[in-house]
Design a protein around this ligand. Structure first.
Ligand code: PEP
Length: 247
């Protein structure tokens, strides 16, 4: 069983999202796999409530505010996302961290808000190129994970996505060995906190320029339980091809 998740980022408003759903055909994707899309908030309700949505395609929100409601113009709260039909929340995506300056403390509060609203958090972690070149991969991804583990340890379910920042939207991918190494580091920390059996239930996804042509190789890496796909998830055919490619 693998998780195939698509992050649409700031693409696919309600009309384009509806067109995606009409075209998306998951018959080539094994029924054992879990499929999730993260539309922009403006399209969340349209996707979740569409009669054309394949029921296998679950829906998540790309970001939430840490408060449940209030004077926060332009923000979306976790209960609102849940009310619109989201069941997952993407937390700490590299664009949130590096474009919008989100801190580890912000991600912790957003994880807590997600859990309060009954959303399953997908925590994104990953190092920049500079951090990789200075040998800081483990330190960075463990810092990002540790910041939220206290909030996550009692969650019914959560996922982690290892997304090296230098591989997102660049066409560069981690080698299977690099992905296994980072995923192994994350798994070991999860085992320390949740025990071996508990950690084994947490899917760790790889993200960063995943395409139909490289999905299988990345998925075959040790400790890689699925993929988080940006650009290649925008097109219904390529998203389905990635799902089919992983076996
Ligand atoms: C992402 O947005 O999470 C991502 C991995 O993007 P891309 O697949 O385009 O690199």
């Amino acid at each position: 069983m693998a998780v195939i998740a698509g992050n649409w980022k700031m693409h696919h408003g309600p009309a384009d999202a509806a067109a995606f759903l009409t075209e998306f055909d998951a018959t080539s994707v094994s029924a054992a796999h879990e499929l999730i899309v993260f539309p922009p908030s403006i399209s969340l309700y349209a996707v979740a409530s569409s009669p054309h949505r394949d029921p296998r395609l679950q829906v998540g929100v790309q970001n939430v505010h840490w408060e449940d409601a209030g004077a926060f113009t332009g923000e979306t709260s976790a209960p609102m996302a849940a009310g619109a039909g989201a069941t997952f929340s993407l937390i700490g995506h590299s664009e949130r961290r590096h474009v919008f300056g989100e801190s580890d403390e912000d991600t912790r509060r957003k994880v807590e808000a997600s859990l309060r609203a009954g959303l399953v958090p997908v925590l994104c972690v990953g190092e920049t190129l500079e951090e990789r070149q200075s040998g800081a991969v483990e330190r960075v991804i463990l810092r990002q994970l540790d910041a939220v583990l206290g909030a996550l340890r009692d969650a019914d379910r959560f996922l982690v996505a290892y997304e090296p920042v230098w591989a997102i939207g660049t066409g560069e991918t981690a080698t299977p060995a690099d992905a296994s190494s980072a995923h192994g580091t994350l798994r070991a920390r999860l085992e320390e906190v949740l025990g071996v059996a508990g950690a084994a239930t947490v899917p760790i996804l790889y993200g960063g320029s995943v395409k139909p042509g490289n999905a299988l190789e990345l998925m075959s890496s040790v400790d890689v339980d699925g993929v988080l796909v940006g650009g290649a998830s925008l097109e219904p055919t390529s998203f389905a091809e990635i799902g089919a490619a992983v076996g």
